[in-house]
Design a binder for this molecule. Structure first.
Ligand code: PLP
Length: 364
């Protein structure tokens, strides 16, 4: 196994892998952006050059995600976690909203939401250890709820809805941090989508927000300006200095996946990648156990366990020695987790599956 620059197979859950050609282009433009004499990190966010970079970020993400014209695109600070608070301040505003909790991030979202109104858990998968997501049609919405929030892909548990919500008149708000742009989505089904950049989009530092325009009518007056979507929109997400470098690299990532063939091609690529590892789990006669129920298996984060703690430690050390890094699971679930975001190479999935098969045979 030999990757460029002595890189390893990086299964990090986040910040995660970035496509090598993107890193190379960013590197080349770091010292002197396309001959303008300064690097991207060193120029005014209001200057002509950066204005064009920002316009490209907007254009490419719209193209990649198929974002309709009645949606605003914003690149905000504070990661996905600040959105937990911001969306509740802007859209619940002392009223009530519904939350669907399928894992750790959804729990954080409802906790933050509950500080700004009545946040009702209309579904919580706690009883089964957060191993599944409901069918959208089975949810009972609270009359008068301002929105329904859910986490498309629970990064720690590896549980994904694997489909868009229905066009049923509910205002669905979705945390897509760990699966955005990993497959095709119908943006028109959502009132708002948001995603911290550091899983599938680029470097940490910015959070992509895709917001249906009419939601802005609901924003109350008197919010702190940095937490007000209307202020963000009116200032083209530059009320203050944005994460200029992060947004720039995100724009290269968007372009990279457009050139790859768009999200239908990305989806096929990711389905194939994940299938290698799930096949290794399913073919191990119970040696490896996947955490998520079959119908909610994430394409991005594969959480699995081994028969006991000693074997888990042995697997982690031997896999690392073989060049597979960051396979340790989150402490709340234990075991192992292979995060295989868009930029994680397919060969790494093939090789890990092979390694898992050999390990199970030798230790089962
Ligand atoms: C990583 C992650 C977050 C937190 O993102 P920050 O940018 O660190 O705030 C939230 N939700 C999901 C689904 C995540 O994967």
């Amino acid at each position: 196994m030999s990757l460029p620059y002595g890189r390893v197979y990086n299964f990090s859950a986040g910040p995660g892998a970035i496509p090598v050609p993107v890193l190379e282009e960013a590197r080349d433009n770091m010292m002197n952006y396309q001959g303008c004499g300064v690097g991207v990190m060193e120029m005014s966010h209001r200057g002509k050059v950066y204005t064009e970079i920002a316009a490209n970020a907007d254009k490419y993400v719209r193209q990649l995600m198929g974002i309709p014209d009645n949606y605003k695109v914003l690149f905000l600070h504070g990661g996905a976690s600040l959105q937990f608070t911001m969306l509740a301040m802007n859209f619940m505003n002392g009223g009530q909203a519904d939350y669907v909790t399928t894992g750790t991030w959804g729990k954080k979202a409802i906790e933050a939401g509950g500080l700004h109104g009545i946040a009702t858990a209309i579904f919580d998968a706690k009883a089964t250890g957060y191993d599944n997501a409901p069918a959208f049609g089975d949810l009972n919405h609270t009359p008068g709820a301002k929105y329904c929030h859910f986490t498309m892909n629970e990064t720690i548990q590896g549980v994904d809805f694997l489909g868009d919500p229905p066009a049923d008149g509910n205002d669905w708000i979705c945390d897509m941090s760990s699966c955005i742009a990993s497959r095709e989505f119908d943006v028109s089904r959502y009132a708002m989508i948001y995603a911290g950049a550091q899983k599938n989009l680029g470097p940490a530092g910015t959070c992509l927000v895709i917001l249906r325009e009419d939601m802005l009518d609901r924003v109350p007056s008197g919010l702190p300006p940095m937490l007000d979507y209307k202020v963000a929109v009116e200032n083209d997400w530059m009320y203050n200095t944005p994460s200029t470098w992060s947004v720039y690299v995100c724009s290269l990532v968007f372009k990279h996946w457009i050139d790859f063939g768009g999200l239908s091609a990305v989806q096929k690529y990711n389905e194939n990648k994940a299938a290698h590892i799930y096949t290794a789990i399913d073919g191990s006669a119970g040696f490896f156990k996947g955490h998520a129920q079959f119908n909610n298996r994430s394409l991005m984060n594969i959480s699995f366990t081994l028969p006991d703690e000693d074997l888990t430690q042995k697997f982690l050390s031997e896999s690392k020695a073989a060049g597979f890094h960051e396979l340790k699971g989150h402490r709340s679930v234990g075991g192992c987790r292979a995060s295989i975001y868009n930029a994680f190479p397919a060969e790494g999935c093939v090789e890990l599956a092979k390694f898992m098969g050999e390990f199970a045979k030798a230790n089962g």
